[in-house]
Design a protein around this ligand. Sequence first.
Ligand code: TTP
Ligand code: MG
Length: 378
Amino acid sequence: MRETLLTIPLNQDTSRKIIHIDMDAFYASIEEREQPAYVGKPLVIAHDPRKTGGKGVVTTANYTARQYGIHSAMAAAKALELCPQAQFKTPDFVLYRQVSEQIHEIFHQYTDKIEAVALDEAYLDVTENKLDQASAVAIARQLQMAVLKATSLTCSTGISYNKFLAKMASDYRKPFGLTVIRPEQARLFLAELPIEKFHGVGRKTVPKLQALGINKGRDLQASSELELMQHFGKMGFQLYRHAQGVDGRPVDYQRQRKSIGRETTFRRPLRSDEEVVPVLRELAAGVAAHLAKAQKHGKTVVLKMRDQDFNTTTKRLTVAEYVGSETQVYELAQELWQTYGQLQNGIRLLGITVTNLAPLSFEEIQLPLFRDDTPRES
Ligand code: TTP
Ligand code: MG
C-alpha cells in the first residue's frame, strides 16, 4: 500500500456510534411477502410496459431480476427486454409507507436521533440510546431481528463512527448483512473499495476518476486534497475526506429536506448547447431518481451555472403543478438554460435543484413517477 501524505491534518472524530439501516430490495420484498408465488422468480416493481405503451420506470427489482441486469430507475421497457419472463407489479406506495412507519417505530425504541434518507433507509445515532446499550453492534443486531419479526422483511446494517462509513458498511453485505467498520479498520476497508461504490460518486464521475488512474479507495487516499478539488470541486473535497474515513456530518434528526439537487463541474469548460444538453439530462435523471426515492416532488426548479471566472448564477422557475419526473425536471431546466444560459465565457459548473418540496400524496404518486410524458401545466 502506498503511504499517504496528509497536507492538512483532518479531525478524525471516532467517538460517535452510527448505524445505517437499509431494507433489502424494499418494495420487491414487500410484494414477495404479500404474494409468495413471486419468490425466486424475476419480479420488477413497475407498471407493466405492455400495458402502458412502453412507458414507465423500474422502482426496484428483486434479486432474481437483478441477475438479468435490471435495476432501479431503468426504463420498464428495457427491463422487459432484458428479461421477457419477468413479472411486473404496479407499486403499492400506501403499503410501502405503512411498512416504513412500522420500522421507524422500532427505531424509536432505541433512539429518537433518526435521520430518514428514504422510506427504507435511515441513520441512527446510538452513541447514547434509550436502552443504555454500549454496543452499537448489539443494537444493530436487535434492530434487524425486531424488523424481521414485525414485518417478515430483512434489512442490512452498517455500524461505524460516522455516516459515510456506516452507509458504506450497510451496502457491503446484502441481504441481511451486518458490517462493522471500527476506527482502526476504516482506512483499509476504504482502500479496497472500488470508487463506483463510494457514496456520492455518480455514473458520470467514475470514468473521470478512472482517467486519473483512480480505481479504488487506495488511489483516492494517495491523492492530494488539492488535486481532487481541482478536478472535482466540492465533491473532490468530500471525496478526499471520505477516503480518509472522515465525515463530520451529524445525524440530522430534525431535518425536513427542503431541496434535492445535483451538480457537476467540468475541467474543460463547456462551450456549446450540444455539450450542455446531455449534462442537463443526466442531472435531471439523477434528481428525479432521488426525488422518487424520497417520494417527493417540487414546484421550483433551480438551475445553477458557473463560468470560467467563477461567476455563479442561479435562476429559478416555479410552476403551478408539482414536478418530479426526469422529463419534467429536464424540460424546466432546459427552459431556464434557453433563457439565461451564457456560453461566451464557458461553463464550468451546472447544477439542477428541485425545491418547494412536498411528499407525493396517494393520488399523485403514480403521476410523476411513471408518466414521464405527462405534459407540464404551468
Ligand atoms: P434502495 O434502497 O436503493 O433499493 P432496494 O431497497 O430496492 O434494494 P437494496 O437491497 O439494494 O437496498 O431503494 C429503496 C426503495 O426506493 C426501492 O425498493 C424502490 C425505491 N426507489 C425508487 O422508487 N426509485 C429509485 O430510483 C430508487 C433507487 C429506489
Ligand atoms: Mg434498500
